[in-house]
Design a binder for this molecule. Structure first.
Ligand code: PLP
Length: 409
């Protein structure tokens, strides 16, 4: 066998890793209730019509060529206008680079910054690419604690303790995947203050892809709270604008003191190598930014009802507790039973596979989001309609009752 790159062989992506055993069961004709993938279009959500129409129009017309590597000006202006409208933050169109999704934004950014042995602080638990892609670049992801008892808010003292001379970035995901936490204003300001102390060696990265998917609290953009700190913000069409398959996102640079200048140059060097993001999707994105935003509160309302159902049902189950998600579309329940002697599973992965095999519900093991801070948890997606969620919760509850039945004395 010819040799593959070691770093690439070690790449893990827990969310898709659990899909293979599920497919095996499906091949046997078993219906699986899938609560594993964060794609709203897999459930009863769809891209708003005016966004689709703009992309169709672009394709019907003369917009089928390459576009500039940084993205079409019209879209970068429209993104800047959204930032002004929503967050009262000023970006020039040149401070925005359009990508094929945050996945690419992150890949380009890590590729522009990381040298072997560099360190990246990542929320523990975290959306896996923040960790896996760092390893791909021979860098070290260092998870920092987010406190479950405080609704999964980051522990700023823990971030401070984990900064070393090799730390290059503090990454933040807010609203958070996998916990559903919306990080409070004070905590984000405190992270900003910390980053300011270290701004000669590191900068902040803020992933805000779920920004308008919140329930009882408002999300504050990091750029609106944190001043004078080099900051890179990611956003895109995949969640709030319900078009994950279009593969469109963007990177926004806030860099008053020009500390990121060299990194931006390295980023654009790579961006030119991949030519551009889909031109058609970019034209759709202009409509997403400038057109009606009515779907946003409707989606948030729908998700809130599903969140309430999930939170109630999970907390009624034996052996489980669940902090209340405030945003995004995930819940990250704790498998309390794993902390007790004689638990029927050795760890959260065994729990998730057992749930799949016996209850036919597909979730993702928490340790896939961080081996320490995610252990003994599992992630569910709260996107399905209430009837589907209810069926899934009934099946999980029945399974838990069976597994955790007290042994007769
Ligand atoms: N960032 C976070 C926090 C996510 O949860 C996801 C998808 O689940 C992404 C980014 C992926 O974004 P994109 O589709 O723009 O690559």
């Amino acid at each position: 066998m010819l040799r593959a790159a070691r770093n690439a062989l070690q790449v893990e992506y827990a969310i898709r890793d659990v899909v293979l055993p599920a497919r095996e069961l499906e091949k046997q004709g078993i219906e699986i209730l899938k609560l594993n993938i964060g794609d709203p279009c897999a459930y009863d959500f769809d891209t708003p019509q005016h966004i689709k129409d703009a992309a169709i129009e672009a394709m019907r017309g003369t917009k089928n060529g390459y576009s500039p590597s940084e993205g079409i000006l019209e879209l970068r202006e429209a993104i800047a206008a959204r930032e002004k409208r929503r967050n009262n933050v000023d970006y020039a169109p040149d401070d925005i680079t359009v990508t094929t999704g945050i996945s690419e934004s992150l890949s380009l950014l890590y590729g522009s910054v990381l040298e072997p042995g560099d360190e990246v602080l990542v929320a523990g638990p975290s959306y896996p690419p923040y960790t896996s892609l760092a390893k791909l670049h021979s860098a070290k992801p260092t998870p920092y604690n987010t406190k479950e008892a405080a609704g999964w808010q980051p522990d700023v003292d823990d971030i401070r303790r984990r900064i070393t001379p090799r730390t290059r970035m503090i990454t933040m995901i807010n609203p958070n995947n996998p916990t559903g936490a919306v990080w409070g204003r004070r905590v984000v300001e405190a992270i900003g203050g910390l980053a300011a102390e270290y701004s000669k060696q590191l900068f902040l990265v803020s992933d805000e892809i779920y920004d308008d998917m919140t329930f009882d609290v408002k999300h504050n953009a990091t750029a609106s709270l944190v001043k004078d700190v080099p900051l890179v913000t990611f956003n895109g069409l995949s969640k709030v604008y319900l078009a994950p398959g279009w593969r469109l996102g963007w990177t926004m640079w806030r860099d008053h003191n020009r500390g990121l200048e060299e990194i931006r140059k390295a980023y654009m060097n790579q961006a030119r190598l991949r030519i551009c993001a889909s031109t058609i999707a970019q034209h759709g994105a202009v409509a997403a930014m400038t057109g009606p935003q009515d779907h946003i509160p409707q989606v948030a309302q729908k998700l809130k009802r599903r969140r309430d159902l999930a939170h109630k049902r999970l907390n009624e189950m034996p052996g489980i507790s669940c902090a209340k998600p405030e945003g995004a579309f995930y819940a990250f329940p704790k498998i309390k039973a794993l902390e007790e002697p004689g638990a029927p599973w050795r760890n959260d992965k065994e729990f998730v596979l057992d749930l799949l095999k016996e209850a036919h519900v597909l979730t993702v093991h928490g340790s896939g989001f961080d081996s320490t801070f995610g252990a003994n948890h599992f992630r569910i997606v709260i996107l399905p309609p209430e009837e589907t969620l209810t069926r899934a919760f009934d099946a999980i509850e029945k399974h838990l009752k069976r597994r955790l039945k007290p042994v007769p004395a």
